[in-house]
Design a protein around this ligand. Structure first.
Ligand code: GUN
Length: 282
């Protein structure tokens, strides 16, 4: 079975659009998501465009604020302070990565935690690891949603996550653990990686290397979630971290690239924006 993140996203966005349409009468306005894009990294431009498009579909007001790559850290922090103070802004997202002269850590920590739609703020991260209510990071949230929608039983399963980033690897591992999976986090220094990944009943791959996971690394019947977004060096087309053509016949469930995890990330961002908006009125 191939899980279409695109189809699931379309359903979720349609349901959210219906809910958001009731907000002007209920709350006097719709949610407002502010997205900051520094520089012109093509992947970041494409992600930010996708976020604006999804906002329009759901009825969320989106402002994309673009700044030159030469912006100083001080100037960026001042912009965030302005958005924090703006009562009409419900969500703030700073597209990563940032230019090297700017501390991502400082920038993320400067965002008002109540407007942290990415779930990257240290208070949200701490809350996640303490099983407290929090804004969940969008990609991990989308992955769990896809597994649940596909009817994949997580409890008691051997889950292997390749990648240990703050954005995906670490939080998705924690969410899988919270669903009672037995979780192994593998990474670039893992020895005998194929041996480890063959144990996986659920394999989540987030390392950012085209077609890194080959058929010999996956067991028959595994559930394979591909978080990668890469250019295939041979064809120039988008491809995942998983060799889809070789693994799809072996996997019981697999996500495609494009049209898998990517759309779910953006859809969960819409959900998070609505949650931050509604929390203001509680
Ligand atoms: N860069 C890659 N993924 C993400 C994400 O989920 N949020 C932000 N802000 N930047 C990213």
């Amino acid at each position: 079975m191939i899980i279409s993140g695109k189809e699931l996203s379309a359903k979720m966005k349609a349901a959210m659009a219906e809910e958001v349409a009731t907000f002007p009468a209920k709350y006097g306005r719709v949610p407002h998501l502010a997205v900051i894009l520094v520089g012109d990294n093509p992947a970041s431009v494409s992600y930010v465009t996708g976020k604006a498009k999804a906002s329009a579909e759901v009825g969320i007001h989106n402002s994309t604020i673009r700044r030159e790559a030469t912006i100083t850290e001080e100037e960026l922090l001042a912009l965030i302070a302005e958005l924090n103070a703006d009562e009409g802004v419900d969500g703030i997202l700073v597209q990563l990565p940032l230019p090297k002269h700017i501390s991502e850590e400082k920038v993320i920590a400067a965002i008002d935690v109540r407007k942290d739609v990415d779930g990257f703020h240290p208070s949200n991260v701490a809350a996640l690891w303490q099983k407290q209510p929090c804004t969940l990071p969008c990609t991990p949230k989308g992955i769990i949603r896809m597994l649940q929608t596909a009817g994949v039983e997580i409890a008691g399963k051997e889950a292997v996550v390749i990648g240990r980033s703050n954005i995906v690897g670490l939080p998705v591992s924690k969410l899988l653990l919270d669903q009672n999976a037995t979780v192994t986090i593998a990474h670039s220094r893992t020895k005998n990686l194929a041996e480890v990944t063959r144990r996986a009943e659920i394999l989540v791959v987030a390392i950012g290397r085209p077609k890194f996971v080959t058929a010999d690394m996956v067991s028959e019947g595994a559930v394979v979630i591909d978080v990668g977004v890469n250019r295939d060096p041979e064809t120039g087309k988008l491809c995942g971290d998983v060799d889809f053509a070789a693994i799809e016949p072996k996997a019981s469930v697999i996500t495609p690239v494009p049209g898998g995890v990517g759309p779910m990330t953006i859809t969960c961002l819409m959900e998070n924006t609505i949650e931050c908006f509604k929390a203001k009125f509680e």
